[in-house]
Design a binder for this molecule. Structure first.
Ligand code: MD3
Ligand code: FE
Length: 203
């Protein structure tokens, strides 16, 4: 099942289902090396989503701004390697919708608990907007907000469930997007959490 969202956004329902167990074991390996943390925005707010990264580059925010950094500032070491099962899934999904040759060098791992949300934003800390972003949803479902080119454009709501993969590229790469506060619930593999993996080409 493949749905078009915008011209450059494709939802692959259940594309990651068969790999979910292996992906979650790999998340555990990543977080053993670089644990989830609640980062601070430049404006001084604590993010409700807990984050970590793997791959050559990790996304970081603190009082000085947003950036990709080769070093995990909490651990003082490079981010853990991107697990093979992550890379394989991201590349297969990208190729399926026309982005053959996608080589992500960063995977941001987001963990939501009930009430956690992500306000409307654009992803523009990457250097090359011609590369897509691939996202993988695991655990509790969430309502994703898919906005327009301006923050004030009314967003579409899209439910993303366990195993769904979305590829955002081309004309949709810079659209505003966010996630509504997570509803409480129980998922057999993740309990009261949702985990989202986003694969990016940072550099
Ligand atoms: C649409 N994460 O980490 S993934 C993020 O579910 C982020 O955790 C959300 O937004 C989450 O930056 C949404 C889906 C996503 C990612 C990047 C996009 C959608 C996008 C870039 C452009 C348009
Ligand atoms: Fe984003």
């Amino acid at each position: 099942r493949e749905e078009a969202l915008g011209l450059g956004a494709r939802v692959l329902r259940g594309f990651a289902l068969a790999q979910a167990g292996a992906l979650l074991r790999a998340v555990q390996d990543v977080t053993n090396a670089s644990p989830f943390r609640h980062m601070e925005t430049p404006g001084g707010f604590r993010m409700s989503v807990a984050m970590t990264s793997c791959g050559a580059w990790g996304w970081v925010t603190d009082r000085t701004g947003y950036r990709y950094d080769a070093v995990d500032p909490v651990q003082g070491r490079p981010w853990p390697d991107m697990p093979a099962v992550f890379l394989q899934l991201a590349q297969t999904a990208a190729a399926k919708v026309g982005f053959a040759g996608f080589t992500p060098d960063a995977c941001l791992v987001n963990r939501y608990e009930p009430g956690a949300k992500m306000s409307l934003h654009q992803d523009k800390d990457e250097r090359d907007f011609s590369a897509p972003i691939v996202s993988v949803s695991l655990g509790l479902p969430a309502v994703f907000l898919f906005g327009g080119a301006e923050r004030s454009d009314k967003p579409e709501r899209v439910r993303l469930s366990h195993g769904d993969v979305v590829v955002w590229g081309g004309p949709d790469r810079l659209r505003y997007h966010g996630v509504m506060p997570l509803k409480a619930g129980h998922h057999p593999l993740l309990g009261a959490h949702r985990i989202n993996l986003t694969f990016r080409k940072a550099r």
